[in-house]
Design a protein around this ligand. Structure first.
Ligand code: GZL
Length: 332
């Protein structure tokens, strides 16, 4: 998996935004952009945002965060495109943004590969591209920066919980993977597998549920038909697939959280509610509230200021008591 160098914690990025200082990173062409949309003292900054889709609670919270920050009141003119989890739709949207002459393109790439040509087209048009959420395997010179979460660390945290919880005990685990080819799924798998090396955890099967509840349920039904009561642990790479799996587990006459212990990633309200009531056992957060950070970075980039290559949000993890305590004030 492509490793990025020059990681800065969100705190560092906030300092960058507040103080306008920067260490390393890239200066985008002195602020000149081909698009008329790079804004000026009065005119808004035209931004094209290509979003993956609306596949999960996390995605909805991420879209809301970006739309709230890239709004008229903050000096933006936003064009939003929902790709319905199709790469071809994202490529078409990005080409449309280039034709419109936007000042900046923000996009959450549904998968890691296949972006070189369209990113070269944006670069040739001198329109900066800011990745938000997932990453791409293209040459980092083809985009300005990425704002997102550390998926490999999330996977490692989930794997460590399983290895510690089942230390010396039988753990027959199945995995509901995220969207095939996405950096979120790839890196969570890498981190999880690293954490269970040398443990007693046995991975019976691993299959994509495409980050959706419905597909999580269907794949879990297949696992239960194939392995039955042998399964005693489920790692779902997002809350929604775990929530879908609950229906399949109950339909099989098993008690989620007890017969099958469940660890998921995201930390949405629905996920933490399932954890609080004992259906899930551990949830690793993946913060979707990236809007303010992205908006601040877009402003700096179109002004020709230097930004760093990567900004990582801070994530935590929850057990049942922590979830119960967090729910009353949970923003998403
Ligand atoms: C992670 C994000 C993933 C979430 C899913 O940053 O890309 O996509 O974990 C979402 O809920 O569908």
């Amino acid at each position: 998996m492509k490793k990025f160098v020059g990681m800065l914690a969100l705190a560092g990025a906030v300092a960058l935004v507040l103080t306008g200082c920067a260490s390393g990173g890239t200066t985008v062409g002195g602020g000149s952009t081909a698009g008329s949309g790079s804004g000026s003292d009065s005119s808004p900054v035209k931004v094209g945002f290509s979003q993956v889709g609306a596949e999960s609670g996390w995605r909805s919270a991420n879209t809301t965060s970006l739309k709230n920050s890239l709004d008229d009141a903050n000096g933006f003119k936003l064009t939003f495109s929902d790709a319905q989890q199709k790469q071809e739709n994202q490529i078409a949207a990005i080409r449309s943004f280039i034709t419109q002459g936007v000042g900046a393109i923000v996009f959450a790439p549904v998968v890691e590969t296949g972006w070189d040509d369209v990113l070269k087209e944006a670069k040739d048009a001198k329109i900066p591209v800011i990745l938000e959420d997932r990453s791409v395997d293209s040459d980092p010179n083809l985009y300005t920066t990425r704002v997102g979460d550390d998926f490999e660390k999330e996977g490692e945290t989930a794997g460590k919980w399983v290895a510690d919880t089942f230390n010396g005990k039988k753990a027959n685990l199945v995995v509901l993977e995220g969207t095939t080819g996405s950096s979120a799924a790839n890196d969570r798998t890498t981190g999880f597998n690293k954490a269970i090396v040398g443990s007693d955890v046995k991975v019976l099967d691993s299959q994509t549920g495409n980050f959706t509840r419905s597909e999580g349920k269907t794949v879990m039904e297949g696992f239960l038909q194939k392995y039955g009561k042998t399964i005693n642990v489920l790692f779902a790479q997002n809350d929604d697939m775990g929530l879908g799996a609950l229906d399949a587990i109950k339909a099989a006459g098993l008690t989620p959280g007890k017969d099958i212990q469940i660890v998921t990633i995201d930390g949405t309200k629905d996920g933490l509610t399932a954890l609080s009531n004992g259906a899930f056992n551990y949830v690793v957060e993946c913060n979707p509230l990236l809007g303010d950070q992205v908006a601040a970075i877009v402003k700096k980039v179109v002004a020709g200021e230097t930004v760093d290559k990567l900004y990582l949000a801070k994530d935590q993890a929850f057990d049942q008591a922590q979830a119960t305590a967090a729910l009353p004030t949970r923003q998403y």
